[in-house]
Design a protein around this ligand. Sequence first.
Ligand code: FEO
Ligand code: CA
Ligand code: CA
Ligand code: CA
Length: 596
Amino acid sequence: AERFGRGGSDIAFTPVPPNTDDALRIPDGYASSVVVRWGDPVLPDAPAFDFDDQSADAQAKQFGYNCDFVTFFPMGHNRALLWVNHEYTDENLMFRGYTGGAAATEEQIRIALAAHGGSVVEIERVRGTGEWRLVTKGRRRYNRRVTAQTQMRFSGPAAGSDLLKTAADPVGLNPVGMLNNCSGGSTPWGTVLTAEENFDQYFVNGGKVPPAQLPYISRYTIPAGVTSGSRRFDRVEERFDLARHPNEVNRFGWIVEIDPFDPTSTPVKRTALGRFKHEAATTTLARDGRLVVYMGDDSRFEYVYKFVSKKRYIPGFDRHNRTLLDEGTLYVARFTGDSPASEIDGSGRLPSDGLFDGSGEWIPLVSGDRSYVDGMTAAEVLVYTRAAADKVGATKMDRPEDVERNPVTGAVYVALTNNSNRTAAQVDEANPRPSNKHGHVLEIVEKGDDAGETTFAWSLPLVCGDPNDPATYFAGYDKTKVSPISCPDNVAFDRDGNLWIATDGNQLGSNDGLFVMPLRGKERGHLRQFLTVPVGAETCGPMVTQDQRSVFVAVQHPGEIDGATPDNPASHWPDGAQPRPSVAVVWHGAGRRIGA
Ligand code: FEO
Ligand code: CA
Ligand code: CA
Ligand code: CA
């Protein structure tokens, strides 16, 4: 008998209509509260937040800016640790009168460095409910801030390679800080994987870069001059000037593993997982027990990757399991359509076989010290993974964001958020719309539903947009009954195998939100909007707890609207004052499961 999975028949809430309200809107019967906000104390000795009296010392002990990935480590029924990424900073909303990094005070730059990274915070359940609150008293022994200045280390095949050596770290093993941590994942042994995404924006280039770096600099869109770096971190730490420290940029763009239960542990940048603008790192097990990590590279025309460990996961054998991410094979995906090219005509309408679908394969790039890419060493493949993937004929996708595996069926889902630059000549069956404004979701069914396999079938169950637009598809469901959706970004599963989709950058004129779509049975494709976030915000997380009584969302960058400033804010969420990026929790008021 099936343990879980009623195919979505138990999803019954009335969808939240599209809106432009400066509020977190949830369905009737549900309740919400804010768990933790930018500036709230993380370390027990953190000072209270004061918008008009900020300091770098305070920020390094307080919850950082722009919360993104959220994951949850239960400690019994009523206590848990929450890990939250702090992707980036909006200085123009953080500081009054801010006019750019060149004019910023050094203290403001140091505050921004400290507002990046991630937080571990202890939370407690309001007993008998799905509500969780920040623990604000007592020892809070696990609470931790990780920032752009936290000492880290490299592991895996590229650790210690010449490409990672700098004047400050001549052995290439000891990077400092993490930046632009967007989405992530967790491991079966209870650690966080956090993904460094748009790290390029933190660097300036005040002079000549060594010629050997040049092709890779452009492939990773590293700035070509001083003025292109908007934050000017180089003004307080010269390592952010490429001209002086050309390899420092190679030390960002990794998956970082952090143990939330050991606040003294050194975060580890796992080089075997490659270097790109990492969005996510979703782990699962192959049928034979090897660990598999799915990852997206979120830029236009970038790729989907997976890593398969060499050795197997052994439950309870932590010392062994913590080596799995250092040894294995990194693959990149190629998607081949099964309909004639003439039927992928850029209209976005389905081809005559009724589906955007086809077959695909995972192409190996590197295993340990062995490179599969002509003309590149293993270390080069790992440090310049984009260039390696270019050479093997991987499929250029419409911004691969989050990847998640359905816990009920084993199928894998990729959010492709949008791609305004794809031309009519560049469409293919996996990316079938030119100037793709609204994005789509791709489903991968690996051979035998085994994550360790290297071939798969794929299809697009969701082609986003206004359901009245003929170039949209909701898995064949009646489009008069679905919610409009645009720009899928983070995705998550509940225990029943329903797909939860958070959006970023809604192009339909209303606020971003969180949606749920069943994937099996008669309800497959019945997409409904579960919540909307305030003005200017994107919806991150999301995370449905295993008991299905709570869903956490990170409300990132409320008020991020062109021209908004602290004296002219576009959002007052959540306090009625300056906007503060925050994690919120939503639960059913009568204690029913999320979605009821
Ligand atoms: Fe930071 Fe790809 O979203
Ligand atoms: Ca087809
Ligand atoms: Ca994202
Ligand atoms: Ca995003």
